[in-house]
Unconditional design. Structure first.
Length: 85
């Protein structure tokens, strides 16, 4: 389930980027651009709240921050659960 939600985030980003690049036009394209921008903005706001959990990631901190920017709580919450267990 988590992988499907992450895939959904990637699809939103890809569609927003395609609309921004001019691959399609119209109200749906504009809405997709706004949705992708809102996802990024929300994930940037989440970053300071989850930073302690991001430091527990097995990989590099940069990789964990990048995944948090892309996926937000979908990346951070499993790290919090593992830290509490």
């Amino acid at each position: 389930m988590l992988a499907l939600l992450k895939l959904g985030c990637l699809i939103v980003y890809a569609a927003g980027l395609a609309a921004f690049a001019g691959a399609w036009h119209g109200p749906v394209a504009t809405g997709t651009q706004y949705l992708a921008a809102a996802f990024i903005a929300i994930h940037v706001i989440e970053l300071p709240f989850f930073f302690a959990a991001l430091r527990t990631y097995r990989g590099s901190l940069a990789s964990s921050v990048l995944q948090a920017l892309l996926f937000g709580a979908l990346h951070s919450l499993p790290l919090l659960r593992a830290a509490r267990a």
